[in-house]
Design a protein around this ligand. Sequence first.
Ligand SMILES: C[S@@+](CC[C@H](N)C(=O)[O-])C[C@H]1O[C@@H](n2cnc3c(N)ncnc32)[C@H](O)[C@@H]1O
Length: 415
Amino acid sequence: MATASGFPARRAALQLLDAVMRRGETIEQTEKAAMKGVDGPADRALARAIAGETLRWLTDLDTLIDSATKKRLPDDAKPRMVLRMMLAQALRLDTPGHAIVATCLPLLSGGPRRLAHGVFSALMKREASLPEVPTLSDSVLVRWGEHALDIAPGLIDPPEVDIALKDASETAVRATDMGGVSLMPGHVRLPRGTPIEQMPDYAEGSWWVQDLAAQLPARLLGVGEGERALDLCAAPGGKTLALAAAGWNVTALDISGKRLKMLRDNLKRTELEAEVVKANALTYHPAKQFGAILLDAPCTATGTCRRHPDVLHRIGPRQIGEMSEIQQSLINQAVEWLPEGAMFVYAVCSLEREEGEDQARWIDATFDLEPVPVTADELPRGIAPTPEGWVRTHPGMLPDDGGLDGFFIARWRKR
Ligand SMILES: C[S@@+](CC[C@H](N)C(=O)[O-])C[C@H]1O[C@@H](n2cnc3c(N)ncnc32)[C@H](O)[C@@H]1O
């Protein structure tokens, strides 16, 4: 069988899915290798979309497959993965059936093509469909508990594109000019798929891409008026840019040279300034004192499940446990460096209680820090602080405005 023109994109999607499901890797880690031989941005976007939709709807796709097979296909069997991809294209991307068959069955060359073809055709014939809202896996349902059913509708589609403005006084004008809407001063939301880097004023540097929830931690430190702030896990720099734009004299520290290169590029494009330090925060010795420390800690990133649905299948108790230990080590360091009266903001883009609420309780119980509760007027309309004065966002919030990422944020002052 000659391979159809869309075959390389499907092969790449299969490799992306294999990397996530079998090896627990992120899409980003594997993308470069998987995309070899895929020509052009449209085909690369297609490969990403197939993998993304498959991961987002995996539980429901499996239910359909199981309803059409006499003997259950093992979870990691190649025909199951190819069938998941085929159905995701038919039911989520509106790809015509003949194109799906022509580009996906060759992925099973030398294998059970007839079985996959038969299952796919049977499901198409009976007009199989997906539920309105993706069904979360049992392990995610258990972890997210009472929030799970609220979060799931936020996963139906990939998110729109949020940008943060360097100058919040331009919010209304920019929103109108760019065809977006603003959910708080300094924020503009653009339609899904907006080709950011091709926008006429991208190079001008008066804004950067940053989810609405990710814009909150730096804002909670207020304006800097030239005071020193340490952005402790800073790269690629979204929060460094926000702090610098708010008048802080920022030291941006990160362990990753590759990610710091992105941070430097971001500073250059936006013409903002920060001292950039490549160091391990756990062994670093700051030579100066800071009026504020922002710890946007490394985490499982399950709050970014709308744009990175691989987290729905890669993350489990082991990763959550490892991350919460690292977070506590980083918190220990940060608190040690806080002079009296200095502010401390802890943030994670995670939906896991162990990385968020439990860490805040541990901080309260362990250190001599005074909680500084977040107030409703510091947050977008429709998001309220928790009774403890923390911020907990998740993708099911602001449903009429397109949702936001999951973040946990809390604030203290050194007594
Ligand atoms: C959640 S990301 C930070 C995102 C960033 N604040 C932003 O807004 O763009 C966590 C960062 O922590 C860094 N990191 C992890 N362990 C570290 C350590 N021991 N010391 C310094 N940075 C570390 C990672 O390289 C990663 O860039």
